[in-house]
Design a binder for this molecule. Structure first.
Ligand SMILES: C[S@@+](CC[C@H](N)C(=O)[O-])C[C@H]1O[C@@H](n2cnc3c(N)ncnc32)[C@H](O)[C@@H]1O
Length: 390
């Protein structure tokens, strides 16, 4: 990992917020005896109320932000997802939708519009969003584009109980804090953050958490005796456990960049997958720009599938994003969109479609894990299914 890449924050007010957050994190490190696990550090950088990357008012998503997600690229992403959702909705007759981490609200708008067209609207479209700032943005976008459906949209503060319907998390798990592990000839340690004369620095400690120790042992078997740095996402498996507990009947779609275990922890991937994004610029130093940059890591889909099974869910599909969207009739939906667009708009839409589907773009990097409870077979999920890789 490159230490201390300097990327100047170009907005003095933003720099001031970042400095406040740094002081808070430094105080926490001191309180904890000089060392903070990277997972706690990442949590504070992203989610400290009023100052964290996802909790403060900076512009994150879309062309002018730090990164662009599939719903921001094209309405066809949400429309194709809605085709899958409608299939399940018809099986359940009456159902709710629950979207985790709804970003700008664009995906909710696209899904609801398409479900209306398919005559398969949920009773409620629930949103569970940790960021108050993003909740406000979502409210405004939904009221603007869906005035007649807005009353079905409800923001939750906690996981519901006895939920019947479809749950969706697009690029949510990759925003959850990860633990960093360093393997050397001597053994494996956990990387954390300490205070140095010029800011924050890395410091390693023996691993104490038994779950991390178990995961480290599995990774060691995979990578051999070499030096290696990587991440483990315990937050995502804990989150899935509470999601599974809440689902009484229906499906969960988890969409994100990531790999099955064997590919994630390939011996050649010696530096892990942790990345930072600031104004569409990717780099690998999370110890700068606190609160101003996104910090993210890929998802280990095998860990999620194992957690789902442990919680009594069926793992019903594992697809590359392109295959999942094609099974959701995206090409047919694109033809409809072409008919309703002028030629210039259509050029933009068709280039966005390529980005969603092309192997070198999002088509293969993003995967869809489909989990179900108490549902009949879903024929669309049978096509190009890759569960054998998990
Ligand atoms: C990378 S953004 C993706 C936004 C949106 N899903 C999209 O595709 O444009 C990650 C989102 O996940 C939210 N988030 C992170 N952890 C969460 C959790 N445990 N529950 C709900 N939302 C969460 C963040 O606040 C943020 O809105």
């Amino acid at each position: 990992m490159t230490d201390f890449v300097t990327i100047a924050a170009d907005d003095p007010q933003a720099q001031d917020y970042s400095d406040q957050l740094k002081r808070q994190i430094a105080a926490r490190i001191e309180q904890q005896g000089g060392w903070l696990s990277f997972a706690d550090y990442m949590h504070d950088c992203l989610y400290t109320p009023g100052l964290g990357y996802y909790s403060a008012g900076s512009h994150k998503l879309g062309a002018g932000g730090d990164f662009t997600t599939a719903p921001e690229i094209s309405p066809l992403f949400g429309r194709a997802l809605a085709v899958h959702i409608a299939d399940i909705g018809r099986q359940l007759a009456q159902f709710d939708m629950l979207e985790f981490g709804a970003g700008s609200g664009k995906l909710a708008v696209d899904i609801l519009q398409q479900l209306k067209q398919l005559d398969a609207l949920p009773d409620h479209y629930l949103i569970l969003e940790t960021s108050a700032d993003l909740q406000q943005k979502q409210r405004e976008l939904i009221e603007k584009h869906l005035p007649t459906l807005a009353e079905r949209v409800v923001w939750l503060t906690n996981m519901p109980s006895d939920f019947k319907g479809i749950m969706l998390a697009n690029e949510v798990c990759d925003a959850m804090p990860v633990h960093l592990l360093e393997f050397s000839e001597e053994g494996v340690t956990e990387q954390g953050v300490s205070i140095t004369s010029d800011g924050f620095g890395w410091q390693n400690k023996a691993i104490e958490d038994p779950r991390l120790l178990n995961r480290a042992a599995d990774i060691r078997k995979q990578i051999g005796a070499q030096r290696y740095q990587t991440e483990v996402n315990l937050f995502a498996t804990d989150w899935l456990q509470s999601v599974a507990d809440s689902l009484s009947q229906g499906a969960i779609f988890i969409i994100d960049y990531g790999y099955p275990f064997a590919e994630y922890y390939r011996p050649e991937r010696t530096q892990g997958t942790l990345r930072c994004y600031y104004r569409q610029q990717a780099h690998d130093n999370p110890l700068v720009l606190q609160g101003l940059q996104d910090i993210t890591a890929h998802i280990d889909f095998t860990a999620l599938a194992e957690q789902a099974l442990a919680n009594g869910l069926d793992v019903t599909g594992f697809h590359e994003q392109s295959d999942f969207l094609l099974a959701g009739d995206i090409t047919l939906l694109a033809t409809e969109l072409e008919q309703e667009s002028d030629p210039v708009d259509w050029l933009k839409h068709s280039s966005a479609l390529k980005q969603l589907l092309m192997p070198g773009a999002m088509g293969h990097q993003f995967k869809v894990l489909s989990l179900c409870r108490d549902l009949d077979l879903l024929p669309r999920l049978q096509m190009q299914d890759r569960r054998y890789q998990l």
